[in-house]
Design a protein around this ligand. Structure first.
Ligand code: ANZ
Length: 880
């Protein structure tokens, strides 16, 4: 009979709810400095219609263990939860079923809350927030006003990604390969009026701030790449025949003498001016084609280059040569200046392009063979001199310095730092998002074009109730259909005005939610400054690595703006960040069979073919029970020299390998699910699900239960007694406490659980289980499996919740008693005293004894007739 997890778990969940066990007091401690705090945060979920997936409990259990452990160490813990509930899916569902997104969202939130409570997480539910709540988004709008006041929010008419299917524009980050990240619908670039946030103004600080963060290096690197800082120069190329100039950005100004042609992006402003009549048609056609391609397609290195000559020329400022100006889609309008000087001798893309169109390739850096390829390495400069300046003989760095100085002196260019980071496109043509706190008043022509912020006191600008969610099919979004909402008056003048009908992107609400948890009910301010100072920064933030650049960069940006505005006191929001690894579906095994019906070992199979014979093999999926693990590989259980392929895939509905956490809880309980997800492997690793392993941890919990409770009577086991623990028992206990304590600190939960399993195995061998060992054991188990721990704690006679009891201390001295001394006799006379590990068995003891020099001498004198072994005391060899 398994232990009654159902009953226990609902009992304790009720108890925690009723007693508000995990409520974090709103008041700050008298003296905040002598009180340790810990803010441990999860990435709050988007409450989707399908409920929790097994990935949620992974990160959430990890933070819960940390939160519970900290509380038991007397630390004041903030561990909140909420909902990132604006967003497209609710709106699309609304369109399909005609259910208001608010209704869908409420239902999904209720379901998520129920599921999370069922997992026994120790959140302070009093602090629950929801980004769609007007009391919440009032402050999101307030932050927008701060951005606007500081000149960091502006309108721009720029080519943006427009997705016909979704009826909205999308941010660069939401378009992958010309398709929407969600849904994979085609997108194209069209010019539209949009709100844009000037994140580029913070590029350098966003880069700098990364250095001091305790974040995964890979995530920091992704942010660095995303920001994409390049140092180089901007150079001025006068156009021939046209009274204008092209500015280019280059990271290699030293190669200026090798710039034999120029390329501008097809969308560049000067294309029409540069293009001669003779070339106009061709340029026009090419331009249209280029607009349909994504940036990625355009800049791929391997891709066949294309372009057309404009008929125009520019002057290379160093050589004085007339160089042809081309347009080509490998030059992007959105980067640098949208124009380049092409140096085919030393840039791969320019080289390919020049080869294809027969343009001059000139060597200016020695070291390569330009008949073969561009030479991009360092080397001595050649062919790089005019009357004024010579780079000849210099290496790259020196040449860059010299030419940049010359350009600056002659007003032909200057040193320049460029960032790949673009300003953040911040408006969406959707209903289910935060309205902008902006109205438009009339210009001289009576058009509503003059933006004006809504006064702070009038916030929130609430979303109007509507029954029509359809995208309007125009850039204005569904809100533009709600005339009586759109039409308003300027509170200052009483003149007619119209509201902004775009809404904010889903990222807005998650940019600052960690601040609101600190002070969720404050009606006067976003967050009380004292509380903010006390709780920030977030000490530990756990969530998926898919947020490495979007959410985590946007939130850092807003935080820095709020820092400048004096709203927050730290420069960074999240001090330590950890990504939990993806949980994949159950391992799937494939065995191969040749045409003769004989099995073929997997290492010989490639792409369905036996590589030794070239004959096709048949792939058969086989059951886990027919497979054995052999080191790093899997083999057939029946003939262990035949390997099989083992792979796990991402969980997906179409593959049918999705595990539903509710089903696991139904069968094994929440404690088992929590424990299993932590036992699967290192937190940050990608790992396959395995239901049979859930069974394993479930057995462990049952063993814990029966160690304390007698199955037949339901009372405490007779073996559990108030007696003193012996040295060995103490050693096992303290070793376990030490391991679990240290492992929690390192977020190494799987090894902590393994240590607790070892403890239970050891305790099962004891005739008597002293209370002084079982009590602390239940305590250290409690962050991992809190329900069973509370129940056993209560049955062991404790009155209060285990959640705030003192975390057991360990004593190194008690652990050290790792060795025991034994006297070794030969024929009854002590010949040596040896030391062996306390847990050593008879064989080990005897072989250590035999190896002792003195003992050996006596044993060598005759034949050993008998060996007497009294554990922990004495060894006697009888020699004749
Ligand atoms: C001449 C040159 C010579 C370049 C050479 C490179 C090597 P980062 O910033 O590291 O990505 N470039 C500049 N603007 C561009 C645009 N809008 N679209 C496509 N390419 C552009 O690289 C900057 C380099 O990328 C610039 O330096 C320029 O090519 C190209 F031996 O200029 B270079």
């Amino acid at each position: 009979m398994p232990y009654p997890h159902d009953e226990i778990e609902s009992k304790w969940q009720r108890h925690w709810d009723e007693h508000q066990t995990f409520r974090t007091p709103d008041d700050l401690p008298e003296d905040p400095s002598d009180d340790e705090k810990f803010y441990v945060l999860d990435m709050f979920p988007y409450p989707s219609g399908s409920g929790l997936h097994v990935g949620h409990p992974e990160g959430y259990t990890a933070t819960d263990i940390v939160a519970r452990h900290k509380r038991m160490r007397g630390v004041r813990v903030l561990h909140p939860m909420g909902w990132d509930a604006f967003g497209l899916p609710a709106e699309q569902y609304a369109l399909k079923t005609n259910t208001h997104p608010r209704v869908t969202t409420e239902k999904n939130v209720d379901n998520f809350r129920k599921q999370l409570k069922r997992l026994g997480f120790s959140y302070d539910w009093q602090r629950e927030i929801n980004t769609t709540d007007p009391d919440y988004y009032r402050w999101t709008q307030w932050i927008f006003l701060k951005l606007y006041e500081r000149g960091l929010a502006y309108q721009s008419e720029e080519p943006v990604w427009w997705c016909e299917e979704l009826g909205t524009v999308l941010a660069n980050e939401e378009v992958i390969d010309g398709k929407s990240e969600r849904g994979g619908y085609p997108c194209r670039r069209v010019p539209m009026r949009q709100w844009v946030l000037k994140i580029t103004e913070y590029a350098e600080r966003l880069l700098d701030g990364l250095d001091d963060l305790d974040w995964p290096e890979s995530t920091k690197q992704m942010q660095r790449n995303w920001i994409g800082k390049s140092e180089g120069a901007e150079i001025h190329f006068q156009l021939d025949d046209v009274d204008d100039a092209l500015e280019v950005f280059t990271t290699r100004p030293d190669t200026l003498f090798g710039a034999t042609y120029m390329v501008v992006a097809p969308e560049h402003d000067l294309v029409d001016d540069i293009t001669t009549d003779e070339h106009r048609d061709e340029v026009e056609v090419y331009r249209k084609q280029a607009m349909q391609k994504s940036e990625l397609e355009r800049t791929e290195l391997q891709k066949e280059k294309s372009g057309v000559f404009t008929g125009g020329y520019a002057i290379n400022p160093a050589t004085g040569d007339r160089v042809p100006v081309w347009i080509a889609d490998y030059v992007l309008a959105s980067y640098g200046t949208g124009a380049i000087m092409a140096v085919p001798g030393h840039d791969e893309r320019d080289y390919d392009f020049a080869q294809k169109y027969g343009l001059e390739i000139r060597e200016v850096v020695e070291g390569g063979d330009l008949d073969e390829a561009a030479y991009i390495g360092d080397g001595s400069h050649v062919n790089s001199a005019n009357e004024d300046v010579s780079l000849n003989g210099l290496g790259t760095d020196a040449a860059i310095a010299a030419i940049t100085e010359w350009l600056e002196e002659n007003d032909l260019g200057r040193a320049k730092i460029n960032y790949k980071l673009r300003d953040w496109l911040f408006s969406r043509q959707r209903y289910w998002g935060e309205p902008f706190p902006i109205i438009f008043t009339q210009d001289e022509d009576g058009e509503f074009t003059q933006p004006k912020p809504v006064p702070e006191d009038d916030l929130p600008v609430t979303l109007p109730e509507v029954d029509e969610f359809k995208p309007s099919g125009s850039p204005h979004g569904p809100l533009s259909n709600v005339e009586d909402w759109v039409e308003t008056t300027d509170p200052e003048t009483g003149e007619p005005a119209r509201r902004e009908t775009n809404t904010m992107p889903q990222w807005a609400g998650s940019c600052w939610y960690y601040l609101r948890f600190i002070d969720p009910d404050n009606d006067d301010r976003l967050v009380d400054p004292e509380k903010e100072k006390y709780w920030l920064p977030v000490d530990l933030y756990i969530g998926g690595s898919e947020h490495a650049v979007l959410h985590l960069l946007y939130a850092r940006f807003w935080h820095k703006v709020l820092y400048d505005a004096g709203v927050v006191s730290t420069k960074e929001p999240f001090q330590t960040l950890v990504h939990q690894g993806l949980i994949l579906g159950e391992m799937e095994y494939t065995a191969y069979v040749g045409p003769d019906g004989e099995p073929v070992s997997a290492q010989h199979v490639d792409d369905g073919v036996d590589t030794r014979t070239g004959v096709e093999v048949e792939a058969r999926s086989i059951d886990k029970s027919d497979v054995e693990k052999d080191g790093d590989v899997f083999v057939l259980a029946e003939s262990t020299d035949i390997r099989v392929d083992a792979r796990s895939h991402k969980m997906s509905k179409s593959r049918g390998n999705v595990v539903n956490p509710d089903d696991v809880i139904d069968e094994y309980g929440a404690d088992a699910l929590r424990l299993y997800e932590m036992f699967m492997g290192p937190l940050e690793q990608v790992k396959p699900w395995s239901t049979s392993d859930v069974d394993g941890v479930f057995r462990f919990l049952n063993r814990v239960w029966r160690l304390v409770i007698n199955d037949e009577t339901g009372e405490l086991n007779d073996a559990v007694q108030d007696v003193e623990a012996d040295a060995d028992q103490m050693r096992v206990l303290h070793k376990t406490i030490k391991k679990v304590t240290e492992d929690i600190g390192d977020l190494s939960f799987n090894t902590a659980i393994a240590a607790m399993m070892e403890f239970v195995n050891a305790a099962y061998k004891w005739d008597v289980v002293p209370r002084s060992t079982i009590d602390p054991f239940i305590q250290i188990l409690s962050p991992f499996a809190p329900h069973i721990a509370e129940e056993l704690w209560e049955r062991l006679g404790h009155e209060d919740t285990i959640a705030y009891t003192d975390w057991p201390a360990f004593d190194e001295e008690k652990i050290k008693k790792d060795v025991v001394s034994m006297a070794v006799q030969v024929n009854g006379t002590v010949r040596a005293t040896i030391e062996i590990p306390a847990g050593a068995d008879e064989d080990e003891a005897l072989s250590t004894a035999r190896a002792d020099e003195n003992v050996k001498r006596y044993l060598d004198d005759g034949d050993v007739k008998r060996e007497i072994y009294v554990p922990g005391r004495i060894i006697n060899f009888v020699v004749a």
